[in-house]
Unconditional design. Sequence first.
Length: 80
Amino acid sequence: MVRLSLSDSPILQRLLERCGDYYDMIEGRAAESGAAIGELTECPPERVPHDLICLGIVGDADALVGTIGALRHHRRQDQW
């Protein structure tokens, strides 16, 4: 697992487009061209982007095969 940053947005975007059925199920539409940047930066207004943690799951041949997202202090202090 690796922590993803904005510089990883191209590989995350490719994953989102490859997994279009999942993205459609969650968002109700296909991944837009800036979807990866949104995944790495968008959080509730009471939080700051620094509170958002996005981890990439790396498979064979160092390909990104999944992500895990966590939001620090969401709803309550020290809650993830």
